[in-house]
Design a protein around this ligand. Structure first.
Ligand code: AHR
Length: 370
């Protein structure tokens, strides 16, 4: 693909964005609905079919894409990487340059600069942290390389053509609203919650923490402690082990900000003789809803799991096709997400003024999950 054309398209896309008033992406736009008018899975329309004739992957040119991935810390991350590798495969006409940044922001900036050096056609970034991006994104812009952000958000720059991901604050609010309804149903009048946060500075951590805390503050719950487990199973186990020692008998809810942390927390609670889940003393809440997470919801070990959908790549490909055919992609594309529970006692909850159904986990649902 000719660099000049991409540069021109990038300028057009960014100018259109500025004119339409789209600014930098926040985790919870004031008017965001519960599921944020989530994107439908891209489907072929007749217009798309026409556009496909001109689309890069159909034109015979190999499209080079640099992808600076966060790392490999969780089941969610594995699914996200696979989604990109499946869509941007050689078979589909792509040359995917993949860098696993191992949760190191310096490595991630270096990876992006390496993609500029290589003169790739497009850059995909899943930002480890939400700040510190404007300089390198300006370098991408100067080089005429369109940047697409996935999953986590960037707060200090809007020099990217599109972002595809989740509303993390909505996820945190959903967890809080579900807990409120569940406690009422079960006659639980006092909530003492321990939170195991994700990686510090990640927008996924910031949004989930803010969302849950907003409901906790409103309802007068106590957040006994909130520490980072770095989105890993080991991190979850380590934090939970220390929580069990420090707060023995003083908590009845544990909120893990991803499934892998929940797996570690379950191990630590088992070791400490603390019972959890639908038949236990501690309500266990998780995020991601990966296959293994849903298996634990079905078995009743995790009470509720709030999905974070990692399958962004098909939507990213749509953005690339739109750019390649001279169009302006959406600045923000929200993934469709579901909220999963074990017990069939609450059918729906309201978040951001929108009612969304809860899904009771079955074997079929687990089989369909990533
Ligand atoms: O940014 C998404 C979060 O990062 C997922 O919840 C977590 O599993 C991942 O590592």
């Amino acid at each position: 693909m000719k660099r000049k054309l991409i540069g021109l398209l990038l300028c057009v896309a960014m100018t259109a964005t500025m004119l339409s008033g789209c600014g930098s992406k926040g985790d919870a736009p004031a008017d965001a609905p519960a599921a944020d008018a989530p994107a439908e899975a891209p489907a072929e329309s007749s217009d798309d079919a026409e556009a496909d004739a001109d689309a890069p992957a159909a034109s015979g040119d190999v499209i080079t894409i640099g992808f600076a991935q966060v790392g490999h810390e969780s089941d969610w991350r594995t699914a996200s990487t696979k989604s990109c590798q499946d869509v941007f495969s050689a078979e589909n006409g792509y040359d995917l340059q993949f860098v696993d940044c191992d949760n190191d922001s310096a490595v991630q900036l270096e990876a992006v600069r390496g993609f500029i050096e290589q003169d790739v056609d497009y850059i995909i970034i899943d930002p480890i942290v939400s700040t510190g991006w404007d300089t390198v994104l300006t370098e991408c812009e100067d080089a005429g390389i369109p940047v697409i952000i996935i999953d986590r958000t960037i707060e200090d720059s809007d020099k990217y053509v599109s972002w595809v991901g989740s509303n993390f604050k909505t996820e945190g609010l959903a967890a809080g609203e579900w807990l409120k309804a569940y406690a009422a149903e079960k006659g639980i009048t006092e909530i003492n919650a321990l939170v195991i946060e994700g990686s510090t500075g990640a927008s996924a951590t910031i949004g989930r923490t803010e969302g849950f805390k907003e409901i906790a503050d409103r309802e007068g719950w106590t957040i006994v402690d909130s520490q980072s487990g770095d989105f890993t199973q080991d991190g979850g186990a380590e934090v939970m082990e220390s929580y069990c020692k420090s707060y023995e008998g003083k908590f009845n809810v544990v909120v893990c900000q991803n499934d892998n942390e929940a797996f570690g927390a379950m191990d630590a609670m088992k070791q400490a003789g603390v019972s959890y889940g639908v038949n236990g003393d501690v309500i266990l809440i998780s995020f991601d809803a990966c296959t293994a997470g849903l298996e634990f919801v079905k078995s009743g070990d995790i009470n509720a799991d709030f999905e974070c959908n990692p399958l962004a790549a098909p939507f990213v490909e749509e953005v690339i096709k739109t750019l390649a055919s001279g169009g302006t992609p959406e600045k923000e594309v929200y993934m469709e997400e579901h909220w999963f529970v074990n017990e069939d006692i609450i059918s729906s909850i309201e978040v951001n003024g929108e009612t969304q159904n809860l899904t009771v986990v079955t074997d079929d649902i687990i089989a369909a999950q990533y």
